[in-house]
Design a protein around this ligand. Structure first.
Ligand code: SF4
Length: 226
């Protein structure tokens, strides 16, 4: 068989296996990501469906719900927490309850909401028992899903909410104060770190500092800052 015949046979077999959709397979990601720019919403939904029964780590035994994330698939701002809370686990949505209400208020103050210009997710998609910090082994299994979400959404800026999310994304174990007001990088996307809304509910003195961060975030995504 010559090269052209080999290529023709490959295409025929590919179509039998996968139909007319083009998939891209990454070495470090177990799951194939379907790229379909004409219907991003449907594509990210299909991706969620393909992983929602994940049993790659033991959190699958204790979760009530897999919490993929929610928001605008064309968002220029991607908010990333460390893991679902108890309420998130019950409802199946990220940043539910009081913590989510506060986050929604902050987003509203910068002219956005979780359905417009923003996508919200966590590094882990299942809740660790008693809200303990994610284990490295869990992050290793789950982070590829976040990386794939990033490929779908292609945000202009990622915000890590809280020190633990910052530590995981930046791979630096430093105090949150040393992460704030600096721009880092995660897979070629700029990252900023600010307070988790849960810590703002506990310590109200942090609210002004968080508001300073979100004003910078607003200006950056609106194109008023480099
Ligand atoms: S935390 Fe992530 S890797 Fe672990 S079971 Fe849930 S989805 Fe799978």
């Amino acid at each position: 068989m010559n090269n052209l015949e080999l290529f023709h046979e490959f295409i025929q077999r590919y179509k039998i296996l996968y139909g007319n959709v083009i998939y891209k397979f990454d070495e470090d990601i177990d799951n194939a990501v379907q790229y379909n720019d004409t219907n991003l919403n449907a594509s990210i939904g299909k991706y969620e469906t393909s992983i929602r029964n994940c049993q790659e780590c033991k959190l699958s035994n204790t979760r009530l719900n897999f919490v993929f994330g929610m928001g605008d698939p064309n968002a220029d701002l991607l908010l990333v927490g460390e893991a679902p809370s108890k309420e998130d686990d019950i409802k199946g949505t990220p940043f539910a309850g009081k913590i989510g209400n506060l986050l929604d208020n902050i987003l509203s103050a910068i002219g956005r909401n979780r359905f417009k210009g923003v996508y919200i997710t966590n590094i882990l998609k299942c809740r660790p028992p008693k809200n303990r910090d994610p284990l490295i082994s869990e992050v290793n299994k789950c982070e590829p899903y976040l990386k794939n979400q990033l490929k779908f959404i292609k945000p202009k800026l990622i915000i890590a909410l809280g020190r633990i999310a910052g530590k995981i994304l930046l791979q630096q174990d430093i105090p949150l104060e040393d992460m704030r007001k600096k721009t880092f990088n995660y897979l070629d996307t700029p990252v900023r770190v600010t307070y988790h809304p849960a810590s703002l509910l506990i310590n109200k003195n942090l609210k002004q500092l968080a508001w300073d961060d979100f004003q910078w975030i607003r200006d950056y995504v609106d194109g008023n800052k480099n």
